[in-house]
Design a protein around this ligand. Structure first.
Ligand code: MLC
Ligand code: AMP
Length: 547
């Protein structure tokens, strides 16, 4: 394989616009120069000529600085660890510690949130304000063009954190060559062109926003327009501007856009519909796209959304065709260079491979192989080994191959939820809740939601005796029934929610916060004492489905 070109734009592109953000447009030449300078500052601060895989955490809003920083870390030989501006300190510190970051970079008010974390850990915090200035505090910088290290495709490039079936999120390590294989597969399948401009509305700590919507266009020489955070009317206006050719989003965003369209005046609707209809490509992924959303979107824009399937560990695996029939409710066929199999886990029998079904109609686990599949879970060798069988990655997703198209049936684990495209571990939320002084036990489940796919819901048993500092009792409470928060005589689900919601919010990303609460005296369990999650779902008036 040749040297990765993730951060080596073609010389011919120097004057082309690479990034538009905060009302300014920046060229590939500026990106190239800014990231080289920042890389040299990083190396000077570390007194090294190659960061040799040191992890560098960075926190900033989506925009030009983000891209300059990502490229600078790569050019300096570091591993980029993007941090999420929405996360509370506890989550940020978890990632910084788990990745064992040796330097942190922050921009603006958002970035300054990790300054204390750097000081406490005795690692440098670099504040960036202007790419031309690099890090002023980093001391003397070698003259340009100083040699930057050569980065081979096998070297680790990025760690992204993803939830699993157990506890806290794991770091997924991908190498430069793997990211490049992911990009090349999508460039080929979706026909990215230099003249494309994508409207970018996704978070930049997950593969959808980072690789599909940022690295792909930059690799193709196209332009990325950052919208800031997602806002439906502003997004419609930009889609209708005539300047955007590509859009990628999670189903919740399309659902929110549809609601905004329905609420708009007739003339606005016509303008939005006409404008969006002129785009070259609109993609949905990260969660199941409801057929109703697919159909409504087609009705108002004429676009048949291209739905695809991916995962942090594998990049993208399956996609409906760019040319050819895009079938609602399916995720299409294997992407270029991706090996896809359906396997019955209990027997190891291969039920389908590629587009060939060996046991028509039978469902199995999706297993993936290919040059884009990740290297390892960061410092978790046992979990890495357990994630593969014969070189195939076990996705944990269940699917069936029907008439040559894969259709997802759901996750094999009830403990993995998806809300608004974010993966959430029920176990992580449960483990946190159990550390609250008033909580004896709990069970967290996903309940279906039209717009969000799933919402997080928690059933909670309170301790019989609660210390006053628990916040649920004004003094010494003696029994669960007698627990009385200051605002009510009897504890009920609403009272529990009012105490636990703000407590959880301080500790977990907001998309992990339960949106529905039930106070229960006991949890439904099977004969082995294991909580029956389908029965927990029923507590929220959701019809039980098999676990
Ligand atoms: C926001 N909220 C959520 C939420 N996002 N609740 C549950 N699930 C979510 N995902 C809550 C907020 O806390 C707030 O509630 C309320 O919703 C409104 O917040 P908001 O910030 O105004 O919402 P909005 O900006 O509209 O955010 C929604 C969203 C966002 C869909 C734009 O969730 C998002 O960017 N999702 C994309 C996730 C993503 O990129 N996944 C890719 C993973 S990679 P309150 O009570 O706090 O006010 C992957 C692989 C692959 O999956 O195949 O791509
Ligand atoms: P993440 O771990 O955040 O990368 O999320 C990956 C998971 O998102 C996959 O394992 C699937 O469960 C889910 N997913 C991604 N794309 C789709 C899709 N088009 N339809 C249904 N689920 C999807």
């Amino acid at each position: 394989m040749t040297a990765p070109t993730l951060f080596h734009p073609s010389r011919e592109w120097s004057d082309r616009v690479a990034v538009l953000s905060s009302g300014a447009s920046r060229t590939y030449g500026e990106l190239e120069a800014g990231s080289r300078l920042r890389a040299r500052h990083l190396l000077a601060a570390a007194t090294a000529c190659d960061l040799e895989g040191a992890r560098v955490g960075f926190l900033m809003e989506p925009g030009f600085e983000y891209v300059v920083t990502q490229w600078a870390i790569w050019r300096a030989g570091g591993i980029a660890v993007p941090l999420c501006p929405d996360h509370p300190d506890r989550e940020l510190r978890y990632v910084i510690d788990d990745a064992d970051c040796s330097a942190l970079i922050g921009a603006g008010m958002t970035g300054r949130r990790i300054e204390d974390a750097a000081r406490e850990r005795g690692i440098p915090f670099h504040e960036v304000s202007d790419p031309k200035r690099g890090f002023p505090a980093a001391g003397p910088v070698p003259p340009d063009p100083a040699p930057l290290p050569w980065i081979g495709p096998e070297r680790a490039a990025m760690i992204l954190y993803t939830s699993g079936t157990t506890g806290r999120p794991k770091g997924v390590v991908t190498a430069h060559g793997q990211i490049e294989a992911h990009i090349r597969s999508l460039l080929d399948a979706w026909e990215w062109e230099r003249d494309d401009r994508i409207l970018h509305v996704l978070p930049l700590h997950h593969t959808h926003g980072i690789v599909n919507a940022l690295c792909c266009p930059l690799y193709a020489g196209a332009a990325v327009e950052f919208a800031g955070s997602f806002e439906a009317a502003a997004t419609w206006d930009r889609l209708a501007s005539g300047e955007i050719s590509v859009f990628m989003a999670v189903p919740t965003i399309y659902a929110k856009l549809l609601r905004a369209w329905e609420a708009a005046a007739g003339s606005t609707r016509r303008r939005w519909s006409r404008g969006a209809g002129a785009l070259r490509l609109m993609v949905s992924g990260s969660a199941a796209l409801p057929v109703r959303v697919f159909e409504h979107w087609e009705e108002i824009t004429g676009h048949r959304l291209l739905e695809r399937y991916g995962m942090t560990e594998i990049g993208m695996g399956l996609s409906n065709p760019y040319e050819g029939e895009r079938r609602p409710g399916t995720v299409g066929q294997p992407l270029p260079d991706v090996g896809v199999r359906l396997v019955r886990p209990s027997t190891g029998r291969v039920l389908a491979e590629g587009v060939e079904a060996f046991a028509p109609g039978a469902s199995g686990e999706i297993r993936i192989r290919g040059p884009m599949v990740f290297s390892e879970y960061w410092r978790r060798p046992e979990e890495t080994t357990a994630a593969f069988v014969d070189g195939w990655f076990l996705t944990g997703d269940e699917a069936v191959l029907e008439d040559g198209y894969y259709r997802l049936l759901g996750r094999r684990s009830v403990d993995i939820l998806k809300s608004g495209g974010y993966k959430i571990s029920a176990v992580e939320v449960e483990e946190l809740l159990r550390t609250h002084p008033a909580v004896r036990d709990c069970a967290v489940v996903g309940i279906p939601d039209e717009d969000w796919g799933e919402r997080v819901a928690a059933a909670v048993i309170l301790k019989a005796r609660v210390a006053p500092e628990a916040g649920l009792a004004p003094g010494v409470a003696v029994s669960s029934a007698a627990l009385s928060p200051p605002w009510g005589a009897e504890p009920d689900s609403a009272a529990v929610a009012s105490v636990l919601d703000p407590w959880v919010r301080k500790r977990l990303a907001r998309y992990k916060v339960p949106r529905a609460w039930r106070l229960v005296e006991d949890l439904p369990r099977n004969a082995m004492g294991k909580v029956r999650k389908p029965a927990v779902r029923a507590l929220f008036n959701v019809r039980a489905r098999p676990s």
